[in-house]
Design a binder for this molecule. Structure first.
Ligand code: NAP
Length: 276
C-alpha cells in the first residue's frame, strides 16, 4: 500500500527539505505551499532524483484551501499517513508595540492553522487506525525571550496542543510529536515581520538587539536538512517521543533550562543575551 505524507509550507527551508526527505523515505509526498509558482526548485530536485512528490496548493490561513487540499489527497489516494505542520513565520517586536491584530495573524498561521488541519486530517487517520502528526515547533516554544512575544506565544500554544494530542489521538493509534529546532539557516529571517515601534524607544533598541543577535546566529545556523533528518528519525522511532530538539544551540539552552530554577534560568539567559 502506498504511504502518503503531507507537508505544509514546502516552498522553502524546513518544509522543502522535509518534503524531499519523506519522498526519499518512500512516501508519496504532497508538498504543499500557498504560492505554487515557488515550486520550481523543489520540482526540479524531485525530478532529478525521480522522487514521488506532488505539489499541492494550500494556504494554511484559509479554511477553504485546507479543506480543498485534504479533499484532493483523499479523493486521489484515500489516505494520509504522515502530516507535517510546518508553515509559519515570525512576528517581531515587544508586546506593547505589537498590535493585537498582528498577534492574531501570528496565531492564525502558526497555531490555528494547525488545529484546522488536524481537524480535517484526524478523521481519516482515526478510520485508518494509524497516522503520525509532526508539529514543527521551536525551542522558542519552551522559553520566553524579549522581542518576539507573538511568535514565542504561538509556539508555546503549539507545545500545549502537542501534549494534549498525545493523549487524545493516541487513543486511536495516531502518534504525534513536536520538533523543536534551534536556529536554522532558512528564509525565516527574511520573511519575518517587524512591528512598528510606537511606544518607548527602549523597545525598539531591545528588538533591534535581539534581531541583530538572531541574524548572527542564523548565519551559523544548522541546515534545514538536519530538521528533516530528525523528522524521519521520529517517524521511524519504535516509540515516538513527545518532542525532539534539533541543533546544538537548542540542546544547550534546553539543558540550562532543565537544570535550573525559573529564576536561575532567567538570570542565565539575561547574561547570555546581554553580556556586560
Ligand atoms: N529557521 C529557524 O531558525 C526556525 C527555528 C525553529 C522553528 N522554525 C519553524 O520552522 C517552520 C518553517 O520555517 P523555516 O525556518 O523553514 O522558514 P521559511 O524558509 O521562511 O519557510 C516558511 C514556510 O512557511 C510558509 N508559510 C508561511 N505562511 C504560510 C501560509 N499562510 N500558508 C502556507 N504556507 C505559509 C512559507 O511560504 P511562502 O514561501 O509562501 O512565504 C514557507 O514555505 C516555521 O514554523 C518556523 O516557526 C524555524
Amino acid at each position: 500500500m502506498e504511504k502518503v505524507a503531507l507537508v505544509t509550507g514546502s516552498s522553502s527551508g524546513i518544509g522543502y527539505e522535509t518534503a524531499l526527505a519523506l519522498a526519499r523515505d518512500g512516501y508519496q509526498t504532497f508538498a504543499s505551499m500557498r504560492d505554487t509558482s515557488k515550486a520550481k526548485e523543489l520540482t526540479k530536485a524531485a525530478d532529478n532524483e525521480k522522487l514521488p512528490i506532488r505539489i499541492l496548493a494550500l494556504d494554511v490561513d484559509k479554511e477553504e484551501s485546507i479543506v480543498d487540499a485534504i479533499k484532493e489527497i483523499i479523493s486521489d489516494i484515500g489516505r494520509i499517513d504522515v502530516l507535517v505542520n510546518n508553515a509559519g513565520y515570525g512576528q517581531f517586536g515587544c508586546t506593547e508595540d505589537v498590535t493585537v491584530d498582528e498577534f492574531r495573524k501570528q496565531f492564525e498561521t502558526n497555531f490555528f492553522s494547525v488545529v484546522r488541519i488536524i481537524q480535517e486530517v484526524a478523521p481519516f487517520m482515526r478510520k485508518q487506525g494509524s497516522g503520525i502528526i509532526v508539529n514543527i515547533s521551536s525551542v522558542a516554544g519552551r522559553m520566553g525571550l524579549p522581542g518576539s512575544p507573538a511568535y514565542i506565544s504561538s509556539k508555546f500554544a503549539l507545545e500545549g496542543l502537542g501534549e494534549c494530542l498525545r493523549y487524545e489521538l493516541g487513543m486511536f493509534g495516531i502518534k504525534t510529536t513536536l520538533i523543536e529546532p534551534g536556529v536554522i539557516k532558512t528564509k525565516f529571517f527574511e520573511s519575518m515581520k517587524i512591528s512598528d515601534s510606537k511606544t518607548d524607544p527602549k523597545y525598539k533598541q531591545l528588538t533591534d538587539k535581539m534581531l541583530a543577535g538572531f541574524k548572527m546566529m542564523v548565519e551559523m545556523g544548522s541546515p534545514s536538512s538536519q530538521v528533516a533528518d530528525v523528522v524521519i528519525k521520529a517517524i521511524h522511532d519504535k516509540e515516538i517521543l513527545p518532542r525532539y530538539i534539533v541543533g546544538t544551540d537548542a540542546a544547550m539552552f534546553m539543558e540550562a533550562k532543565n537544570s535550573k530554577s525559573d529564576l536561575e534560568f532567567e538570570k542565565y539567559m539575561s547574561k547570555e543575551l546581554f553580556p556586560a
